[in-house]
Every structure is written in structure tokens, then in C-alpha cells.
Design a protein around this ligand. Sequence first.
Ligand code: MN
Length: 217
Amino acid sequence: MKSNSQFYPFTLPKLSFGYADLEPVIDKETTELHYSKHHQTYVDKLNAAIEKFPDLKSLSLAQLISDPSSLPDEARDAIINHGGGHANHSLFWEILRAPKTNNEPTSDLLNAINLTFGSFPDFKTKFSDLATMQFGSGWAWLCVNDSGQLSACKLPNQNSPLAEGLTPILCLDVWEHAYYLKYQNRRADYIKAWWDIVNWDRITELYLETKKAPVVI
Ligand code: MN
């Protein structure tokens, strides 16, 4: 993830697609608001938090959010929430693309998914269940550990797997702002449709990069 090696002042990543390109899975208005308002606000509030602490300006985004206990008390919550928000959304945009049928992982990543979860359909079920079960706002994650092993989990709010020592390669935003305009309370329908816009080519690249250099700090 390129955004993880960013330093203050942080900026929005460039999207590889237009706001309308994720339709019909995610409507244009949701993508535009999500990127230009929600994600921008995380970036702005992260910059505002770092501005008051010059020592933190020499730390990358990954360094800032990987070890919250090392942060000044007055900055910790803002960096967990807004630094996490910036990193999480940056990965989310990076692993999406226009809808595609027969959308599946390949090569080494498919082998690792089969080894860890039994099969690709079993992985999708497990990940979808985590995303559905996350109570309130949060994310579902597919991560790689220091040994190159995969795991899936859910975390509340904007908490980052980097703070758990895990490098995320796939994430699903289940905050209501990610789906409410089109799906209202039907989070499970959003999750089911979302698989069609997952960019498995990019996730496979992230998996291979992460296995070579486990923690991107
Ligand atoms: Mn979001």
C-alpha cells in the first residue's frame, strides 16, 4: 500500500476508477461522497492532529498507526481514528474496480486461501459472515502475518490490523456511509454484491509484496 509509506501532510490517494465505475454495485453518489467527503475528512483531521506534534512528522502513516501506545496521550485517539481512517480507505479504493464476472484470486494467493480457509467459496462465506456480524461501524479484513500466513478478522471503527501486527491486503467497509444510500439497512445485500468489484489482481500483488517484506513500515 503506497499510502502506508506517506508522511505528513497526508493527501487523498488517486482513484484508479471514476465515481460511476463501481455501479451498479456501489452507486456514483455513494462513491463520490465516500471519497471526497468522508475520506477527505479523515485526511484533514489526521493532518490537524499531527500538526501540533512536530516529532510525529517524521513518522510514516504505517508507523503512526502500528503502535498507538507510543503516541502522545493527546494525539492517540485522533491518530487511531483518522490515521486508521486514511489507511483503511486508501486500501479499500486500491482493491476495487469496475464489476467483473468470474472474479477470483489466482496463483499463490488462491493456494494460500485454499490452505487457510478450505476453498475460495468457504473464504467468501467466512469473510462475509465477519462483515455481517460486525456490530455497528467497522471493517472486515484479510491479513498476512510475519510468516506469510493469511487470517480473516473484523475490527470496530477505524482500528487498523497494523496495530495487531498484521498487514491487510483486502478490506470491506461496513460503516453505514459505505452503503446506506443504495442498500439502506440491507448490509448483507451490499456485502453479497461487493464481491463483484474486488480487484483480485491487485490483491494478489499486495499478497506477494507483503510476503517478501511482511510489515510495510
Ligand atoms: Mn468509509
